[in-house]
Design a protein around this ligand. Structure first.
Ligand SMILES: O=C[C@H](O)[C@H](O)[C@H](O)COP(=O)(O)O
Length: 230
């Protein structure tokens, strides 16, 4: 997972943005490169208005003088550029390794087009090797966890359900003030059904399966950048 490859993918995505566009800014180490490159353009007079998908990205973009707004002030975006933890068939995705999945999904869904940037290690034949992040309300954690465990059994999960911890060993808290349970499936054979089953649990705020949202992915490898289209 070289930083050079991530930057190359980010540079390809930068070619998609035009002056005057409203742009969703993703979160993570790959999206960070895109924000850096956009910042260079803004410093040279490029005009855009951006919505960040996390406090971390907001801080980075603000430091680069990228004009920011939110989805209360505007309700649609032209494009969102974001990273992914896995890219599966039909550009289905797992996201949320950095805990930003809720805002990322809201921003992607409010965008005319979502473009993913990644290195080739993220491309998989079937989603599920990366633990699926499930953002849950703190209230009722035990009950929500129990319901989630039943869904894991129904969907033949090969691994466990783990409360995400931060580096200090305390529960990781998202920008929205929620917790994350990471569910290791191994192989997700029915993503749509799994998505619905997860969303049917009252304590689930959102999950990291992004289905039908991504239109294009720029995937970088030592051989160059491949374009995958939906
Ligand atoms: O919550 C984090 C996001 O979904 C990231 O876009 C995802 O985890 C990929 O991050 P990275 O580019 O650092 O691998």
């Amino acid at each position: 997972m070289s930083e050079i490859e991530k930057r190359q993918a980010a540079a390809c995505a930068l070619e998609e943005v035009r002056s005057g566009m409203r742009i969703g800014l993703g979160t993570g180490s790959t999206a960070r490169h895109f924000v850096d490159l956009l910042g260079e353009r803004v410093a040279n007079g490029f005009e855009c208005l951006c919505v960040p998908t996390s406090e971390t990205t907001a801080d980075q973009a603000a430091a680069l003088n990228i004009p920011l707004t939110d989805l209360e002030t505007i309700d649609r975006l032209d494009i969102t550029i974001d990273g992914a933890d896995e890219i599966g068939p039909g550009l289905s995705l797992i996201k949320g390794g950095g805990g930003a999945l809720l805002r990322e999904k809201i921003v992607a869904a409010a965008s005319d087009r979502m473009v993913v940037i990644a290195d080739s290690s993220k491309v998989v034949e079937a989603l599920g090797r990366f633990p699926l992040p499930v953002e849950v309300n703190r209230f009722g954690l035990g009950a929500t966890r129990r319901s989630l465990e039943l869904v894991l059994v129904e969907h033949q999960a090969q691994g466990a359900l783990n409360l995400r911890l931060n580096s200090a060993g305390n529960p990781f808290v998202t920008d929205g003030g929620h917790l994350i349970l990471d569910a290791l499936f191994g192989r997700i054979s029915a993503p749509e059904a799994l998505s619905q089953a997860l969303l049917n649990i009252p304590g689930v705020v959102q999950h990291g399966l992004f289905l039908g949202l991504c239109k294009r992915a720029y995937v970088a490898s030592p051989d160059g950048v491949r374009t995958l289209n939906d």
